[in-house]
Design a binder for this molecule. Sequence first.
Ligand SMILES: Nc1nc2c(ncn2[C@@H]2O[C@H](COP(=O)(O)OP(=O)(O)OP(=O)(O)O)[C@@H](O)[C@H]2O)c(=O)[nH]1
Ligand SMILES: [Mg+2]
Length: 287
Amino acid sequence: MKVGFASLVGRTNVGKSSILNEIIGEKISIVTYKPQTTRTNVRGIYNDEEAQIIFLDTPGIHHPHKQLGQKMNKSAYNAMKDVDVIIYVIDTSLTIDELDEEIISSLKSFKNLILCFNKIDLVKIDKANEVKEYYSSRLPQAKQVETSVPHHFNFETLISLIKDKLEEGPLYYNPLDKTDSSLSFKIAETIREKSLKFLKQEVPHAIFVEVEKIEFKSKKMIILANIIVETEGQKKIVIGKNGAMIKRIGVTAREDLENLFKKSIRLELFVKVKEDWRDSNSFLKNF
Ligand SMILES: Nc1nc2c(ncn2[C@@H]2O[C@H](COP(=O)(O)OP(=O)(O)OP(=O)(O)O)[C@@H](O)[C@H]2O)c(=O)[nH]1
Ligand SMILES: [Mg+2]
């Protein structure tokens, strides 16, 4: 069996998590239309008769405004170390900016690099060729693939390009495992995904979800979780008029979790304030 680690890196919102979920065939990492959705590295394990590939989905590289953002960028750059393959995901419909230049510089000497031109469904051929030419002139060692998640396009090609770079070795994970994320991480991320989806502007980015308790009673799973925000004003917004917003987040998160765990769930959400947690050393210590 060929085995190895492959990191998905790139700017924020380019489709890294969508690609991971598409390849694994399951929702491993949350996806939203908003930037800075993924906050920590998330592993997805791909298995077939020839290979086991451990994918690392990473936070999108962006201009950080808070310590949290700096930590997110750092985990993305860390995921470029000690891996067998790096998949640099590019939103082909965007123009190249200085963040790409930064990423390009850090990948210059990396041999096993794949340029993944994602969202190819959004661009005309001329634009795609222009973008591809630019990146391949800057990173001539890289292999290239065009992909589209909604069209399920070209992921077999991506897998075979990765396999070409891997060597034979013993398996790292049970081939039945699709991720190593914990139960509480999956729950917290699902609640955060719904918060990102329904809340506007800065509010969803100020949210941290903490799972306080998971209990199994007869056939039911009972989950107590805290949505932590930075100000009293944000707390009001998350709760909403007569509790409408927190209810919406709770109901949709519960539905997703029931599908994921194939279990009946009672989800109890509480909103708490932790001032400026995104810039708090002690809070972010174990992030
Ligand atoms: N049209 C189109 N949309 C896509 C494609 N891939 C992803 N998207 C959309 O792009 C948005 C961002 O997708 P994500 O997978 O969350 O992007 P990401 O790179 O993980 O973003 P961060 O975690 O914030 O860095 C979502 O709305 C996706 O549905 C694609 O190939 N084509
Ligand atoms: Mg992501």
